[in-house]
Structure formats: structure tokens, C-alpha cells
Design a protein around this ligand. Structure first.
Ligand SMILES: [Zn+2]
Length: 538
């Protein structure tokens, strides 16, 4: 449609930490949502790169490796392979995960060397928690304590509960995760930081323009953060797992793990484009302001501070060099049988296990229907089986059958459509667009719109008296085609089957005056009950 944006889009899902596979809480959060949005843009004729990059330098790699008794590098490699298989099993429209290699490290170092050369970084002496017995400085996942803002249990870096950051010695009652019995004191260290306060003016005008698109909980956190003195982003820290910081002021230190994300996803964007045969000269070319790329992030609420502020300031610190994100779409936690997913307590279902048992279109539909977009929601395998059968597969396959009886594919000539039928089909598409566009992006409403339209069309196909305005078979086919096109970002295999059979599922396709009967691909039977095992710690 002529009024719509034609800009190239780069869609980024939060960078997964390679200390395990993706469970369905991750999937129902940023990964499915980013995929649905990317597929919607692509169906609209947009050039889209959907990407992410593993976050190998995170402290959580070190702590999980210690818990499992394996070398950290081995954990990274094995987890990355698992995540890659899961991305492919779920049908996420990513090129894959880029290798964390010399080019990756060069991209990260170039990003920070430029900030160092342009005098954006400041030397600060801070007090860092210090585990006396091991001589280890503590930050992020290396420590645990209580959040200074909401007072609940929290790791270092950021609080999962309230989303507020805690730097250096701000965490209350800090203990070491690797050496829980070691006394913890604090020690003065000189590190390099990027003071967020220096970007307040730019942040304020950025959020004045964009915060309206954010979900309420995340927007509230941003307002809370802007109402306080803004934190200083550590750029270097003393540590032994990460990329060595190349600055003379901080010999022996590494880059703070969280600051790698921006150059990391620039690198993964470059790598994804390259895999498609679009080699750009500079790695960060598609992120440059001149590229006019539409940048969108998908991440959890616990990452609002990182993706929403810290990473934004890292881009702003480069002056006008980079595009800034159009929107951050965040999600809340997904519960499993009423309790938060937890890898350490083994209370989880791996996406790969569920996808091995349940056809992925059904998984995608059910995760979309129950996605924790605005508040915590719950997953249960029994509900997946019952709800997809009753609300999706039943009416869908009844519609497929009735359509086939009414207008058998391959028999006879194209059927005429009426202006009313063409209007109906266009209305279906317009309703779905509202759920896919950034201003109102909502997976739950996409899934509900699918169910509602499906009920209506299945009834109309089975019982002609139910057909409003006495529309003919051609009009019905036209609406079913529109519905299939709108469902395509969710039901990727059904859509691929129809496309392979020659059905045009482009969202901006003309509503034609004649339509050739086609087969609505049947949906596979639902999950075998209790298929994916819910692992609950004994
Ligand atoms: Zn908190």
C-alpha cells in the first residue's frame, strides 16, 4: 500500500546468553514476537534482517559452567549449537547465529576505541565488591544480594523484579556466587565509565518522541529512571572472562559484558546481510544514520534498562553516527504451571523438546495467544493441547473441508468476486495490521483476531445462510485468502504450503475480481496430551 513505509528494517531480539538452550519462556518473549514482526514486514514487501548474537562474555556463562563443572568455552560452544537448532526448529526467520570470532572482537573494540579517542569515556574510582578468599571482584551474575530500590533478592547489574540498575557497591548484602562462604568486602578500583547523565537532554527528547510506543510497565521504568540521577555505565571492569580492554588507563581489565551488545548486533546484522549475499563495506554500515534503517528491539522487562537506556546511550555517545531504535517491545515473565521458569531449579520446558512433540504452527499459535506481553501469563501443556484443538484446529479444518466442497481446487474456472467481498477481505487485513504494526503490536490480539475470523468464515462456509450479504463462493475464498495471509506470520508451515501451491499471500496483494479456487492447507492434529515433559525439581 502506497502510504506505508518502505524502509529497510533491522529487527533485533535480545542477545541470548550461551549458558543453556532457549526455553519456551524465552520463546514466548522476544524471539517469537521479533519473528512475527519481521515476517509481517516481509509479507508487506519490506527488506528485513531479523538477528541476534550470543552474549558470550556474560558472567552467567562463568557461573553456569562452574555449576555444571565444564569449561566456560565448552559451555558457550555447546549452548550456541543448541540455540541455533532451536531457532531453526521454531522457524525463526534469522540467518542463524554469527561466530564469535576475531571479526566480532575487532568490531567491539573499534566501537569502544572510537569512544575512547573522542573522549567520551571518563576515569572513575569506584568501590567494587570483592571476594577476599579468591581475590575476585564481583559484579552482575558473580554476586547476589538485595536490590537497593525494591529490596527483593537480586543479582548485580540489574534487578529482575523492578528493572532498576545497581552498579558497583549498591547491591545490599552482597555475597559471592562462586564462593558463597567467602567474606565480601569492597575495594577501590579505577575503571572507565560512560556517564549517562551527559546524555540527559538527548534522552529526554528521544523519549518524548518514542515512549508512547512502549508498553506501560517498561515506559514507567524509563520515567522512573529519568526522574533520578542517571547511572554511570561501566565500560571496563577487572575480570578474567571477556574481551580485554585496550585502554592505557585500565591495564588488565576487560570490557564490561553488557556494553558489548550494540557492536555485537551491528556485527550480527552485517553477518546476516553477508549470508544473503549483501556484503557491506563497513560492519556497521546498516546502522549508520545515513542508511535510514528502521531499528526495532524485542526484549524482556528485565532488560529494559540495558536495551532501553544503556545501549541507547552507547549509540548516542557516537554523536550522529547511528540510527536510534524506533521502538523497544518488551515482555514480562512467562510462568510454567503458575511458577516462573527457572533453569537453575529445572522448572522449565525446553523449546526443542516441545517442538519435537508438537507441530510448530500450533506452538507458535499458542505461545502468541498466551504471550506475556503486558503481565505474567501462564503456560501449561494440557491447555496448549485443549485450546489449540478447540479454538484453532477444529474450526480451521472444518473451514478447509467446507471450502473444498463449495469450490474444489483444480475444478472449473476462476470464481467471480463482488465489491462487497473485496471490501470484506481488505477489512480483515486492516484489522490484523493494527495488531502487527509497532504502535499496537500485540501477539495475543493477532491470535485472537485469527480465531474470531476463523469462526465467522467456518460458519459461512458450512452454512450459506450465515453468509452476510449473500456473498458467493468467490467472496468467501477471497476472505479465506486474506485470513491465511494475515495468519502467515504465526502459522508459517500452513502459509508455506499454500504459497508453494501458488496462493499469493502478499499483504498488499490486489483484491482481484476473480479468484482461482485453492486448497486451505489442513492443520496437523494437536499435541499428544502431556507430550513435552514438565520438569519440576523434586
Ligand atoms: Zn529491584
Amino acid at each position: 500500500m502506497s502510504g506505508r513505509s518502505r524502509r529497510r528494517a533491522v529487527v533485533v531480539a535480545a542477545t541470548p546468553t550461551p549458558n543453556g538452550d532457549l526455553h519456551i519462556g524465552h520463546m514466548a518473549g522476544p524471539y517469537l514476537a521479533g519473528d512475527v514482526y519481521s515476517r509481517y514486514l516481509a509479507a508487506d514487501g519490506r527488506d528485513v534482517i531479523y538477528t541476534t548474537c550470543t552474549d558470550d562474555s556474560q558472567t552467567y556463562v562463568t557461573t553456569t559452567a562452574r555449576r555444571l563443572g565444564v569449561p566456560a568455552a565448552q559451555l558457550c560452544a555447546e549452548s550456541t549449537a543448541k540455540i541455533e537448532r532451536t531457532i531453526s526448529a521454531m522457524g525463526l526467520s534469522m540467518e542463524g547465529l554469527p561466530p564469535i570470532d576475531d571479526r566480532y572482537r575487532a568490531t567491539v573494540l573499534e566501537f569502544f576505541t572510537r569512544l575512547h579517542e573522542t573522549d567520551r569515556l571518563r576515569e572513575r574510582t569506584v568501590r567494587l565488591p570483592y571476594a577476599q578468599e579468591s581475590g575476585r571482584y564481583l559484579y552482575d551474575g558473580l554476586m547476589t544480594g538485595s536490590c537497593p530500590v525494591c529490596l527483593t533478592g537480586s543479582a548485580g547489574g540489574v534487578c529482575e523484579g523492578c528493572g532498576h540498575p545497581n552498579n558497583a557497591d549498591e547491591l545490599l548484602g552482597a555475597r559471592s556466587v562462586l564462593e558463597p562462604d567467602s567474606p565480601v568486602t569492597t575495594r577501590e578500583v579505577t575503571i572507565l565509565v560512560l556517564p549517562m547523565e551527559e546524555y540527559r537532554e538527548r534522552l529526554t527528547s528521544y523519549f518524548a518522541e518514542r515512549l508512547g510506543r512502549w508498553r506501560p510497565h517498561a515506559a514507567q521504568l524509563v520515567r522512573e529512571l529519568l526522574d533520578r540521577p542517571l547511572p554511570e555505565i561501566p565500560v571496563t571492569v577487572p575480570g578474567d572472562w571477556g574481551i580485554a580492554a585496550p585502554f592505557p588507563e585500565t591495564p588488565g581489565q576487560i570490557l564490561y559484558p553488557w556494553v558489548e551488545a550494540m557492536p555485537a548486533v551491528m556485527y550480527s546484522t552485517w553477518w546476516s546481510a553477508d549470508r544473503r549475499g549483501e556484503r557491506t563495506e563497513a560492519v556497521d554500515e546498516l546502522w549508520r544514520a545515513g542508511s535510514d534503517t528502521e531499528l526495532v528491539y524485542f526484549h524482556g522487562f528485565d532488560n529494559v534498562y540495558h536495551w532501553g537506556l544503556l545501549d541507547l546511550v552507547l549509540l548516542m555517545a557516537h554523536g550522529d553516527r547511528y540510527v536510534l531504535p524506533e521502538a523497544n517491545i518488551s515482555n514480562e515473565f512467562y510462568d510454567l504451571e503458575g511458577e516462573k521458569f527457572s533453569t537453575s531449579r529445572n522448572h522449565l520446558i525446553w523449546s526443542a523438546d516441545l517442538l519435537a512433540e508438537v507441530p510448530r504452527d500450533l506452538v507458535r499459535f499458542y505461545l502468541a495467544l498466551t504471550a506475556p506481553e503486558f503481565q505474567r501469563t501462564n503456560f501449561s501443556t494440557a491447555a496448549l493441547t485443549e485450546v489449540t484443538e478447540r479454538r484453532l484446529i477444529g474450526p480451521w479444518n472444518r473451514l478447509a473441508e467446507a471450502l473444498n466442497a463449495l469450490a474444489p481446487a483444480g475444478a472449473g474456472s476462476p470464481l467471480p468476486t463482488t465489491a462487497t467481498g473485496r471490501d470484506r477481505a481488505a477489512s480483515i487485513i486492516e484489522r490484523f495490521r493494527l495488531t502487527y504494526e509497532l504502535d499496537g503490536f500485540n501477539l495475543g490480539r493477532s491470535a485472537e483476531s485469527l480465531v474470531a475470523a476463523l469462526d465467522r468464515l467456518a460458519a459461512a462456509a458450512q452454512e450459506p445462510r450465515e453468509r452476510d450479504d449473500a456473498l458467493g463462493a468467490g467472496d468467501l475464498l477471497l476472505q479465506v485468502r486474506a485470513l491465511l495471509a494475515c495468519a502467515a506470520p504465526l502459522l508459517i508451515d500452513a502459509a508455506a504450503e499454500a504459497t508453494a501451491a501458488g496462493v499469493d499471500l502478499a499483504l498488499d496483494a490486489e483484491q482481484p475480481e476473480k479468484i482461482t479456487p485453492f486448497v486451505l492447507p489442513r492443520l496437523p492434529q494437536a499435541a499428544r496430551a502431556g507430550a513435552a515433559r514438565t520438569e519440576v525439581a523434586a
